[in-house]
Write a protein that binds this ligand. Sequence first.
Ligand code: ATP
Length: 307
Amino acid sequence: MVSSLNAPQIGELTVTALGAPNAIRIEGVSVSYAVGKRSRRTVLEGIDLEIEEGEFVVLLGATGCGKSTLLRMILGQERPTSGRISVSGSAVERVDARSGYVPQKYSLFPDRTVLNNLAMGPETSKYHILGRLRPSFRAFRRQVREEALRQLQHMGLQASDAAKYPHQLSGGMQQRVAIAQSLMMKSRVLLMDEAFSALDPATRASLQRLLRSVWNELKPTVVFVTHNTAEALFLGSRLIVLARAGREDHCGSRVALDIKLPASGMSLRKNGQEFLDLVDYVERFSRGDQHTTSSPDAFPIDGEDAL
Ligand SMILES: Nc1ncnc2c1ncn2[C@@H]1O[C@H](COP(=O)(O)OP(=O)(O)OP(=O)(O)O)[C@@H](O)[C@H]1O
């Protein structure tokens, strides 16, 4: 599944060896959708992935290759046609509160203030409506709100933003609140679907730095979908490219490339030509110019000749 054929020599990168203990396990997952009455279109085909606790996985691939579909399966919003997904050792069978989800936009409740958006998850998961009549709810509510204000500050927002409604915030501020929502729920798995792609370049860069520092500090397991290879190399500790194995509708996407990245992240400024070579290499896989036909034994895994 994993290919490094014609891999350039790039610093300390290695083709990852699969099979370690994991936070997310994806086993033989295929997804197909009915097209008309008689045929089906395969989106994902036989995906096997083990994602270790604390990895920052970036998922790349051409439009329509099934990145968001895979994320929805991990979240439990949809079930695979075949195969199995588990998070922290238990099967994902419905929307999974263990995973936080940050989409491109509109993830906040528009009719609630920032503070209420942040408090709602912990409050509703601990106290149902009648439970809120209990005296202990007041103290819990106060704690949750104090924590929400801390998270806002952590995300670079002001205490005065807590009383605002989502439409009063910029896109970047809304995404900061969306990340804070997941942190409020103590999610150990953070699923992000093109979460920064609607932002202007400067805001996007500042959110990338923020996310990296949150990851460095708390080490959640992150799966981050993006189209931007430079963003992927800056953010990720592991990069996975999905690509269709063929042109016909029965050929779904497979894992075309799976590489470990330096823990410190990569950028043009820091890594120069190595970075440019890797961007070019990854983008060839995203376009489907490289296929997964080679056996993993045919190229180095975690070896000195690896990427
Ligand atoms: N519920 C569904 N019913 C039918 N087809 C679907 C459904 N969900 C996704 N698809 C199809 O699956 C394919 C993969 O979609 P998906 O959104 O996962 O791709 P993607 O790689 O995230 O694309 P992009 O990068 O453009 O966001 C698309 O062709 C899409 O039309």
